[in-house]
Each structure stands twice: as structure tokens, then as C-alpha cells.
Ligand binder design. Sequence first.
Ligand code: GLP
Length: 257
Amino acid sequence: MLVVIKKDYEEVSSEAARIIAGAVRSNPTIVLGLATGSTPLGLYKELIALHRAGDLDFSQATSFNLDEYLGLPASHPQSFHFFMKQNFFSHVNLSSANVHIPDGTISGDYDAYCAQYEQCIKAAGGIDLQILGIGRNGHVGFNEPTSSLASRTRLKALSRETVDDNRHFFANESEMPKCAITMGIGTILDSRRVLLLASGRSKAAAVAKAIEGPITSSVSASALQMHADVTFMKRSVTNANRWRHRRHKISPRRLQR
Ligand code: GLP
């Protein structure tokens, strides 16, 4: 496991973009695993800039997104389909035929749909490089605490903490889906390479548990300790502290508590 600590969010984003751009250039038919959330937004901006500058071609690449809220159509502004289109796909030349995101509108046989998603990843040759964010409770994708470390793509109920973290995106809590379709931890571990991005104090405890804690289903990201090629890229909390200290003129010791 490689742990890379960067000065700030911008450096996390540009270094992650450098890694991904290098991987795409050395393997133009790469299969990327993509994530949503505020954390990879800077990364997507950097990749778009490289593409616009003529330095990065996604025309032969394939992508699989980690997850999608159950019940949200692609046109819903809070759907991950919408997020990906707005923040990445509509700005680069990834062919829509090669883009895969779990369908939040399916009903009926969820297991069959999820098995098909897994099959599709397999048929594409497996994921070469999986991008991940991390939830405050240590989830990756929507693999909430107690997810099986061998889990595959499936329907998953969201934890209270995840609903609390995301409900402000919706007009009211009742509009927020309580379930999602997510790749499993086993699916993620099958990727050839994993790059997890983390930024912000609210993630510090989850990142520490994922890197140094025991491998446990209580912290899904801790399963990444079993992966042979995983990089955690995080923003230095110390720097953030120093910055907050200057801005708010409060003792750094107080911040550390
Ligand atoms: C959601 C997504 C995760 C993401 C997490 C953190 O739960 N399913 O893939 O990592 O949010 O999001 P953020 O980066 O906005 O903190």
C-alpha cells in the first residue's frame, strides 16, 4: 500500500490526474472504475483540462461507475448518471457506448441485473484502474459497514450516517433514496490497481482506520489492505490545521483535540 500525502486538495487532484493520464496513455483501451462525490471533482476537472489541451484521448477507453441511487432516473440532478455527465462525460471523448453506470430505475430481479453488471465488467477484461472516494464511515462505493468483504455488485441499504451526509442534496429527506446499487468490495478488490482519494478532516478517522486499523467489515475501505496495488492519496491534515489556525487565530493544539 502506498500512502501519498499532498499539501492541499488541488495537489491531490493534480497528482491523481497525472496517474490516471499516464495509465490512459500507456493503455488507450484501459477500463476505468469511476467514483462520484465531491472528492473526485478536482480530478475530473484536471482530466478535462488535459483532454482539452489535446494531451489525453479517452476514445478507446471504457468506464464502469461504482454505484447509483435506487429509484433515481439518469435525468435526476442528484443521480450519479447526472453527476458524471455534468462533471466528466460531456467534456471528454469517452464513447457513450463504453460508459457503464448501474441503472437506478430497474425493478424486479435486482440480483439478475447486478450479476449482469458484473458480467459486463468481466467481458470488458476487468477494471484496470479503480478510483475511489471514502465515506465518513469508511465506506467505498456504497459498501456500508458490515458489507461482506467478498461482496459483489448488489442492492444495498444506506446507513443512517450516509443518509445524514447526503440528504442536504435533496429537497427533503423523504426524497433521498435509502438504497443504492453498488459494486461490492470483492468487485473493487478484483481491480488491477486502486487509487483512493481523501480530503477533509471529516475523513481523517476513516482513512486512518482503513490504512492502519484491522481489516474489518465495519470499515469497508480496510479491505484494501489486502490489495497488492493500492494508493491512498490524501490531503495533509496538518497543513489544513495550520491554515485554519492562521485564518481563525486559534491555537493549533485546540484544533487537534
Ligand atoms: C458517496 C459515494 C462514494 C463517495 C462518498 C464520499 O457515498 N457513494 O463513492 O466516496 O459519497 O463522497 P464525498 O467525496 O462527497 O465526501
